[in-house]
Design a protein around this ligand. Structure first.
Ligand SMILES: [Ca+2]
Length: 288
């Protein structure tokens, strides 16, 4: 082998190695970007949850906890004191209504039914129905961003709905860059830190979604909170943001416990603040 040929081979190997290194680097970078970041959490508080409740919606407003419970002939909406847990009011629904997602907007509670394609507006003080509205398809979870209702229907689609006209303003498809994961069964919702937080039905997972693009920014695995029950209906389903504690109350259908969880430090909130944090800041300014 001539010296110049040897040099050529060495040069070729060096170039090849360099190319492989760059390819590996690119691959790793895209892999990191593809999967939504996994969020850790710590438990700040744990308390009893009524294990007869088939939790469908969970919402906090002005130190009150609102909960909707499903099932034909047994659906209801309940209002509780957030600190003591005492039941302040409860409204039963007609036997042919299956209560689903619940969200409080402008002092009114918006409640979905599962398959009736009809929702109720309730007075948040009395829990009495004051109006009805219609929507297309199934109703699963509900939250709002301060302007629009945001609704899930068991698919990967979220609908943004005008709370006065009930017209759909926008829809997004929830997705991640990781093509191997097919997202669906989005259920109970919560709006916090400029993101939509969603339970995935029949999983122990909560995902945090960018409401503009549908891209999943974070995911949480709540397996360690999930009770070991043989009932397949006893799944994680309930997220309510406690703005004062900057933490989430979470529970599930037929769970006997609920948990206040604080996100780990790797959570970086969107610059857009949650409407409840803004409300809280305004209240503080007035009371100063
Ligand atoms: Ca909620």
């Amino acid at each position: 082998m001539t010296r110049s040929f040897k040099t050529l081979i060495m040069k070729f190997n060096a170039q090849k190695l360099f190319s492989l290194a760059i390819a590996a680097l690119c691959f790793n970078t895209s892999a990191v970007q593809a999967a939504p970041a996994e969020l850790g959490f710590s438990i700040l508080e744990q308390r009893q949850h009524d294990a007869r409740t088939f939790t469908q919606g969970l919402e906090i407003h002005a130190d009150k906890l609102y909960e909707s419970s499903g099932g034909y002939g047994k659906s209801f909406v309940r209002k509780m004191d957030l600190v003591s847990g005492a039941i302040l009011k409860q409204q039963a629904l007609p036997a042919n209504w299956f209560a689903e997602g619940l969200s409080l907007h402008n002092d009114q509670l918006f409640l979905l039914s599962w398959q009736r394609q009809q929702g109720l507006v309730l007075n948040s003080n009395t829990l009495k129905p004051i109006a009805q509205f219609r929507y297309q398809g199934q109703g699963w979870g509900l939250c709002n961003d301060g302007q629009q209702l945001i609704m899930s229907n068991g698919s990967a689609t979220l609908q943004f709905i005008d709370p006065k006209t009930f017209k759909i303003n926008n829809t997004i498809t929830v997705h991640s860059d990781d093509a191997s994961e097919h997202w669906k069964n989005l259920n109970e919702l919560e709006f916090a830190y400029g993101l939509v937080w969603a339970n995935i039905w029949q999983s122990n997972k909560i995902i945090a979604i960018d409401p503009k693009t549908g891209l999943i920014k974070y995911q949480l695995d709540l397996s360690r909170l999930t009770p070991k029950k043989s009932d397949p209906n006893a799944v994680l389903n309930g997220i309510a943001f406690d703005a004062k504690q900057k933490a989430f109350w979470v529970t599930g259908k037929l769970w006997d416990q609920q948990y206040l969880i604080k996100l780990a430090d790797n959570f970086k909130p969107n610059t857009m603040l949650n409407k409840d944090i803004q409300d809280q800041a305004e209240q503080k300014t007035f009371s100063d």
